[in-house]
Design a protein around this ligand. Structure first.
Ligand code: NOJ
Length: 578
């Protein structure tokens, strides 16, 4: 499982794409007056203070008993999302699709798949969400369409079709083999021979997902029009899928071969000529213009593949390094190094962190040690929600939902699990139904056969049970989200790392510039209790102890003396200091 996360999505990351005008460089200087700060805050776009929650629509709530989640199901759960403390939901694709990649293979960009409902249902969702101050972010998939999209059907029909150049078509090489050695992220050659015209088309992902040709201005126009369609319906922005893959080397250079083989048995390669080409940034700028023409500060969240923070900052002027999602072990030094890099990068911007999503094994088991997983789930929640960032949660992480992989190949739904079995079991494990209660199918669906089985853990880890238990993971998330909302220092304050030599405990201050208010965050990433000493005088803190706001497990006042601070194994402490 970890192998897969590392191999397949290790370099996939999410970044908030910012206007140059909203970069950290333009935040108030440290000593700015209260008035200046208030002004700055009122100019801040909403997404800078928001918590975003990803919903995988197939798995959230089924309203019509067909075993698959749908839009009306999501609408029926908006009160839960609101009470949790979420500001915006990003919904994975719900467009018409043959569902080879469960919606990431789109056959119509301006409609809703009947499986999920209708456009009227979608409009209703947006308006009901708005009543609760929840924004709706669409998933947008520009790199490829489905092979069932009418554009591709036309394109493949003849070499002279007007839409031929909307996709990437090439002759085979002199040996009658694919044009070069480029590989799909989902295994084997990225080229597929289409007998109708005896040419190959390029697909970065599944063969049923042909890549669009973004060098063609008609493609750009059609895709920007699709974005406008949703913006007019009131969406608050887009999460843009696989954005770094938009362009390929027009000269078709072979990718460099690396040692070893991947889970699909192919030679490892560096995706040098199909990833991160500079033209991507031109497209992002154009998309930004499209989005900026609409009111309400729509956001663009991009899934990007950036090798390191310097590259990220250079190309997209952001301070983010989403390698943080892939640290994959509880390591205070590793997290500290990445948090520091992000915070200190010269270009500025707003970090956007996440640990789980529909492509990553869930954090409960990925970071859990097999013994203290529930406590570690709280620790990870604090790492996500108490650092300086716009956090992104994945449905069910607030319950401690775990990765539940299929036991047998014949149960696998995600095609990569079929191609790569048993080494690669696919992504079904992190897409199982939301666990609402202890009833059959965990309250997800009335069907006898939900599209994925409900994990056995649902009998204990579910919304109803956890809402009644003040020590549950859900109760912790709710308190933490409320704290983040109510404490400006925690939500917007600067990030000041502390005790940087400590190999076990990650500690930092969140401090509002120009104001005394500071919040101390202490995260013990080790299995032993730790006693540490803080000297916060350089940060203007005069008091000798911290006043607890949230701690798990709870600790007594004697533990919060700054010169003798005790934190239990995997303990979390958040408290105010002055
Ligand atoms: C990234 C998406 O997150 C993933 O689920 C999908 O399979 C690929 N893009 C291809 O669209």
């Amino acid at each position: 499982m970890l192998n897969r996360a590392k191999f397949l999505f290790a370099t996939l990351s999410l970044v908030l794409w910012l206007d140059a005008g909203t970069s950290l460089a333009q935040q108030p200087p440290q000593q700015s007056s209260k008035h200046e700060q208030a002004q700055q805050k009122s100019q801040d776009p909403w997404w800078k203070h928001a918590v975003i929650y990803e919903i995988y629509p197939r798995s959230f709530q089924d309203s019509n008993g067909d075993g698959v989640g749908d839009i009306n199901g999501i609408t029926s759960r908006l009160d839960y999302i609101h009470d949790l403390g979420i500001d915006a939901i990003w919904i994975s694709p719900m467009y018409p699709s043959p569902l080879i990649d469960f919606g990431y293979d789109i056959s119509d960009y301006t409609a809703i798949d009947p499986l999920y409902g209708t456009l009227a249902d979608f409009d209703h969702l947006v308006s009901e969400a708005k009543k609760r101050n929840i924004r709706v972010i669409m998933d947008f998939v520009p790199n490829h369409t489905s092979d069932q999209h009418p554009w591709f059907k036309e394109s493949r029909s003849s070499r002279s079709n007007p839409k031929r150049d909307w996709y990437i078509w090439r002759d085979g090489n002199a040996m009658g083999q694919p044009p070069n050695n480029w590989q799909s992220w989902f295994g084997h050659s990225a080229w597929k021979l289409d007998p109708a015209t005896n040419q190959y088309y390029y697909h970065h992902f599944y063969t049923e997902q042909p890549d669009l040709n973004w060098r063609n201005p008609q493609v750009r126009k059609a895709m920007y029009d699709a974005m406008r369609f949703w913006l007019k319906r009131g969406v608050a922005g887009f999460r843009i899928d696989a954005v770094s893959r938009l362009f390929e080397d027009p000269n078709l250079h072979d990718d460099p071969i690396l040692p070893g083989k991947n889970a699909y048995g192919d030679p490892n390669i560096a995706h040098k000529y199909t990833d991160n080409l500079p033209e991507v940034h031109e497209v992002l700028r154009e998309m930004r213009k499209v989005v900026n023409a609409y009111p309400g500060n729509p956001v663009m969240i991009s899934e990007a593949d950036e090798p390191n923070i310097a590259e990220l900052a250079k190309k997209v002027q952001l301070p983010m390094d989403f390698q943080i999602a892939d640290v994959n072990k509880l390591s205070a030094p590793d997290f500290r190094r990445l948090l520091n890099e992000i915070d200190r990068n010269a270009v500025g911007g707003q970090p956007h962190y996440f640990f789980s999503n529909h492509d990553q094994p869930r954090q409960w088991d990925r970071y859990g040690d097999g013994v203290h997983n529930d406590q570690i789930a709280k620790l990870m929640a604090a790492l996500l929600l108490a650092t300086r960032a716009t956090p992104l949660m994945y449905y069910g992480e607030e319950l401690g939902m775990r990765t539940t992989e299929p036991a047998r190949k014949e149960d696998v739904q995600d095609p990569i699990g079929k191609i790569g079995w048993p080494e690669e079991k696919g992504r079904d494990g992190e897409r199982t139904p939301m666990q609402w209660d202890a009833s059959r199918n965990a309250g997800f669906s009335a069907s006898q056969h939900p599209w994925l089985p409900v994990p056995p853990s649902a009998s204990i880890y579910n919304v109803v049970a956890e809402a009644q238990n003040p020590k549950s993971i859900l109760a912790f998330y709710k308190r933490l989200l409320a704290l983040r909302r109510n404490e400006p220092a925690l939500r917007d304050g600067r990030y000041l790392p502390l005790n940087q030599e400590d190999t076990n405990v990650l500690s930092f201050l969140r401090k509002e510039p120009g104001r005394g208010e500071a919040i101390l965050v202490v995260l013990n990433m080790s299995a032993e209790p730790r006693t540490i000493k803080f000297d916060l005088s350089a940060h203007g803190v005069k008091g000798g102890s911290a006043n607890p706001l949230l701690a798990a497990p709870e600790i007594g006042a004697e533990s919060t003396q700054l010169n003798h601070f005790s934190v239990p194994a995997f303990g979390v402490f958040i408290g105010s200091v002055d």
